[in-house]
Design a protein around this ligand. Structure first.
Ligand code: SF4
Ligand code: SF4
Length: 376
C-alpha cells in the first residue's frame, strides 16, 4: 500500500482512505454490518490506515458503526477522521455538545483528524464569531483532536479566504480530473501547496461518475489498457499530486475495495500518454456543458424559489456524461419540484447579478426542455 508522510506531524498514512458514507445497506436501509465489516477488514488487512466518517453519514449510524469496528485494532494502527456538522451549530454550546456526542458515538477518546464539515466563507465566519474555532483549538491542545481541518465544496474565492485565515493542519477538497476548474480546483490545490496545507481529496472518482464514462471516452482508456478500470485512472490522476496525502473513496462493494487496493498496492505514475488522454477526456466533458455556471450563488435567492445553480448543475452533469440516468434522482426528486425551472417567472432580477453573464431565464428554459425530453 502506498503511504505518504506528512511533513508537519510526521504521520505516515496510507494514500487510500476509506470513506464510510456509502456503506452497503440492508433492505431496511440501515448499514449492512456484515458486508461493511468484511470490506473494512479487507482494507485494513491490506494497509489502509485512514478511516473517514461524519456526524450525519448514514443518518448518524456511520460514526458508531465505524468507531466500534476500529476498536478491535490497536489505536496507533489507524487514523480516525470525523466532522462537525456546522449547519447544526447555532451556539458555542451546540458545538461542545456535538463534539462530545461524537466522541461518545465513536467510543474513542480522541479523533485524529477533525474537520469542520463543508464550510464556505459565511459558515466559517459564523464558526469564528460563535467561538467554535477557538473551542476546537482548545480541544486540540487538550489532545482530544490531533489535527484540525475543514472540508470544502464552495467557490475558489471562499476557499482562499478560509485557507489563509489561520494555520490549518489539513483540508479536504473535491478534486479529480474533471473538477480542475470547479470548487477549489487546481488553484485551491496550488494554494495549499504554497501554504504548506496537506490535502485530503474526496470525490476522486466524482461520486463514481468517472467510473462510468460516456462510451466514446471510455474507449480511449480501454485503448491504453483494456484491463484497467476507468476508476483506477481517476485515482492515479489524483495520486500524481504530491501534496495530496490521502485519497478518500466511499466504497460500497467488495469489488470496489479490491479494485482500489489493486490501484494503490502497486502505485504507478501516469505516463505522458495517460495524462494527455485524461486531460483530453476532462476537457471534452467540460466542453459539453450547457453553460459556465460556477455555483457562486450571487444570483440567489430567487424570489420565486428557483434553485438556479442547482438546476444548472444537474443540466451540466447530464450533458457532460451524456446521460439522463446520472441526474434522474435529483431532477425527479419530488421534494425539490418547486425549485425547478418551471417556477421561473422570467422576472429578470437574477440576470445582472451573474458574473458569468448567463442569460439565466433563457438557460433555465433550455434546462427544462432538454431534461424533460429525456425523461421516460
Ligand atoms: S428570472 Fe427566474 S430565476 Fe431569475 S430571479 Fe426571476 S424568477 Fe428567479
Ligand atoms: S447562474 Fe451565475 S450567479 Fe448564479 S450561481 Fe451560476 S454563475 Fe453564479
Amino acid at each position: 500500500m502506498e503511504t505518504r508522510t506528512w511533513e508537519h506531524n510526521g504521520c505516515t498514512i496510507s494514500l487510500l482512505g476509506f470513506g464510510a458514507m456509502r456503506l452497503p445497506l440492508t433492505k431496511t436501509g440501515s448499514i449492512d454490518r456484515a458486508a461493511s465489516s468484511a470490506m473494512l477488514s479487507e482494507a485494513y488487512k491490506h494497509g489502509v490506515t485512514y478511516y473517514d466518517t461524519a456526524y450525519t453519514y448514514h443518518n448518524g449510524e456511520s460514526e458508531p458503526f465505524l468507531g466500534s469496528f476500529l476498536k478491535q485494532y490497536p489505536r496507533d494502527s489507524y487514523f480516525l477522521a470525523t466532522k462537525l456538522p456546522q449547519w447544526l451549530v447555532n451556539t458555542l454550546d451546540d458545538a461542545k455538545r456535538l463534539f462530545n456526542e461524537q466522541l461518545g458515538r465513536l467510543e474513542h477518546e480522541y479523533v485524529d483528524f477533525y474537520l469542520i464539515h463543508s464550510i464556505d466563507k459565511a459558515a466559517y465566519v459564523r464558526m469564528v464569531d460563535l467561538g467554535v474555532v477557538a473551542y476546537l483549538e482548545q480541544e486540540q491542545k487538550a489532545g482530544r483532536i490531533k489535527q484540525l481541518g475543514f472540508s470544502f465544496h464552495s467557490i475558489y474565492e471562499d476557499f482562499e479566504y478560509i485557507a489563509t485565515s489561520r494555520t490549518w493542519d489539513f483540508c479536504q477538497l473535491q478534486y479529480n480530473y474533471l473538477d480542475t476548474e470547479e470548487q477549489a480546483g487546481d488553484r485551491g490545490y496550488e494554494l495549499c501547496t504554497k501554504l504548506g496545507i496537506p490535502v485530503i481529496v474526496m470525490e476522486p472518482i466524482k461520486g463514481g461518475l468517472l467510473a462510468n464514462l460516456p462510451p466514446d471516452l471510455e474507449a480511449r482508456l480501454k485503448d491504453l489498457d483494456e484491463n484497467a478500470s476507468s476508476a483506477s485512472y481517476a485515482l492515479r490522476w489524483v495520486a500524481d499530486h504530491p501534496n495530496v496525502k490521502v485519497i478518500l473513496s466511499g466504497m460500497t462493494t467488495m469489488e470496489q475495495v479490491r479494485d482500489n487496493l489493486k490501484t494503490f498496492q502497486s502505485p504507478r505514475r501516469l505516463t505522458e500518454t495517460e495524462r494527455t488522454t485524461l486531460d483530453f477526456i476532462g476537457q471534452t466533458m467540460r466542453n459539453r456543458v450547457g453553460n459556465g455556471c460556477t455555483g457562486c450563488k450571487y444570483c440567489m435567492p430567487c424570489p420565486f424559489g428557483v434553485d438556479i445553480p442547482g438546476n444548472f448543475s444537474i443540466w451540466n452533469k447530464a450533458r457532460m456524461f451524456d446521460s439522463y440516468e446520472v441526474v434522474r434522482a435529483q431532477w425527479e426528486n419530488p421534494k425539490e419540484s418547486d425549485k425547478r425551472p418551471s417556477s421561473c417567472t422570467e422576472c429578470g432580477q437574477c440576470v445582472p447579478l451573474c458574473p458569468q453573464h448567463i442569460n439565466i431565464p433563457e438557460d433555465l428554459k433550455l434546462v427544462q426542455s432538454e431534461l424533460e425530453a429525456k425523461r421516460l
